[in-house]
Design a protein around this ligand. Structure first.
Ligand code: UN1
Length: 511
């Protein structure tokens, strides 16, 4: 099965063996590589060649050249390339979805959903390609007018995380490309094959259209390779998704050279469940939010803030719901949840469980590893629910795992204070039929997060809105709304169509 998928996605095996990369030259050289494993069964999928410093320099050189051509292509024509990319993704949704599920470990449903998110952003970018608008502004001077135009920046560097190995790149790349930029992508070293597949499909479209393929490149490797990109002044904008720790390092590097930055970092997302909530809806939203992608989404629900009057009842329902969750091979559609990404993730999960116990937490649904059933790798963990104080240190941390905290509240103000009390500010939600609570929650005094939902969960955002969060989440916005403006440089233009030269602010300068 893997062979067919590789073939459909243009992933080549070399020497009848396992080394796969974007380079042709490795037959003759001693090449370093990273290995891609499926967390579902711990089997190696492939060895992938690592980009060398020389190749990185070459990539940037080619990208700069490609930019000079690409920026001249009228935006709707750029949009047409993205339309074709959306079409090829539609054609290969199943194979790419399977590869995502195999390499990253998320359920097949979610793997395909991620490819759908790519298709959606392609459609969005196509529309955007005819709507890159500017403003005209009234001038204070006679016979003058002012306007604002948006130009492409140049090279956009994209650093993406393992948890959304294809969609997050496409949010950035599709928008950046229609805006006239060229892209260099450093994917997570845990999911390099997904990146190679996306790149191969794009290259197919670019070649068919006679477009320089250097408008989009992939560089593979660990953080050293990422550092080349963040510290290179030729990379005009760096858009980085990942941990808060990584984001701080990237911000320092890019800040040192005054480059542009989009950060989409950790979340610690809460759902307030009001006494006036629709309970079935609340239950569905919380379970998907907590266990979807095995709790490895930035938007995963980590905290439920439940009103005291419905707390016991709701927690009982939650317990029953968790009994029905199937954990196992993510490619088996009967399973709701696959494994965590690797051993480090399992270790973090286990140490969080210890910390919960140390801080007086009580498990409503027990966590731990599976001993009672045979699974194909050691990366499967039990989704769990713990009752704990909202002030416990562990609750303030983002553990990238299916651990859900249940917290009690009495007054609405208290619920909001708990919701806003973490350093991360990505997503939030309230489940309520009470219009006053709902409106307050989305007011300036309500949720302090970039995403505030009413009667839906914290995860699963659509591409049409701007995606990102406040505080330690980094403040960046990607995807829809007017996030495209970050991928462009704004030019303020004043035109004098008179024959005098009056100065602004009424200054006279006669000679
Ligand atoms: C992420 O986890 O980095 O809103 C992105 C969601 C998805 C994207 C998550 N559309 O859950």
């Amino acid at each position: 099965m893997t062979k067919n998928i590789f073939e459909a996605l243009g992933i080549r095996e070399k020497n009848g063996g396992t080394i796969i990369g974007l380079r042709e030259s490795f037959d003759n050289k001693k090449i370093k590589e990273i290995s891609s494993f499926s967390p579902a069964n711990n089997r190696k999928l492939a060895d992938v060649t690592i980009t060398s410093r020389e190749e990185f320099n070459q990539t940037i050189f080619e990208a700069r050249k490609a930019f000079k051509e690409w920026r001249k292509v009228p935006p709707p024509q750029r949009g047409d390339i993205i339309r074709q990319y959306g079409d090829i993704l539609r054609k290969h949704k199943s194979e790419l979805g399977q590869l995502v599920s195999r390499e990253m470990g998320k359920s097949l449903q979610e793997g395909k959903g991620e490819v759908q998110e790519m298709i959606d952003i392609c459609d969005y970018a196509v529309g955007l390609s005819r709507q890159l608008y500017g403003k005209t502004i009234a001038s204070e001077r006679p016979n003058h007018h002012m306007l604002e135009r948006w130009h492409p920046l140049g090279i956009v560097g994209i650093i993406s995380a393992f948890n959304f190995p294809v969609a997050v790149w496409s949010w950035n790349a599709m928008i950046a490309l229609v805006c006239g930029n060229v892209c260099v992508w450093k994917p997570s070293e845990k999911t390099p094959l997904c990146a190679i597949a996306c790149q191969n499909l794009l290259v197919r479209i670019l070649r068919e259209n006679g477009i320089n393929t250097a408008i989009s490149s992939v560089i593979n490797g660990d953080r050293t390779v990422g550092n080349w990109m963040t510290s290179d002044p030729a990379v005009n904008l760096v858009s980085a998704t990942g941990s808060i720790r990584m984001g701080r390092e990237v911000a320092v590097e890019v800040g040192k050279r005054l480059g542009k930055l989009i950060l989409e970092l950790g979340g610690n997302n809460a759902m307030i469940i009001s006494p006036q909530a629709n309970m079935d809806l609340a239950l569905n939203a919380s379970v998907f939010g907590a266990i979807g992608t095995a709790g490895q989404r930035c938007t995963s629900t980590r905290r439920l803030i439940i009103h005291d009057s419905i707390y016991d009842d709701f927690v009982d329902k939650l317990k029953n719901a968790y009994k029905q969750i199937n954990v196992g091979d993510p490619l088996d559609e009967d399973n709701h949840m696959g494994p965590l990404i690797d051993q480090d993730a399992v270790d973090n999960y286990l140490s969080a469980l210890n910390q919960i116990r140390k801080e007086g937490g009580k498990f409503i649904v027990e966590g731990g590893l599976y001993t009672e059933k045979k699974l194909e790798s050691n990366f499967y963990v039990k989704p769990c629910v713990a009752e704990i104080s909202p002030d416990a240190n562990i609750v303030r941390e983002e553990t990238f795992a299916p651990i859900l905290y249940v917290l009690r509240y009495n007054t609405f103000e208290e619920a909001l204070t708990i919701q806003n009390s973490t350093s991360q500010g990505l997503s939030s939600s309230i489940i309520t039929e009470n219009v006053r609570e709902a409106e307050y929650f989305i007011s300036s005094e309500g949720s302090d997060c970039g995403i505030a939902n009413v009667n839906i969960g914290t995860s699963g955002a659509e591409i049409g809105g701007a995606f990102g969060g406040e505080k330690d989440t980094g403040g960046g916005r990607e995807s829809g709304s007017d996030a495209w403006k970050v991928y462009m440089r704004r030019q303020t233009i004043t035109i004098n169509f008179g024959s005098d030269i009056p100065l602004a602010q009424g200054i006279s300068f006669d000679f």
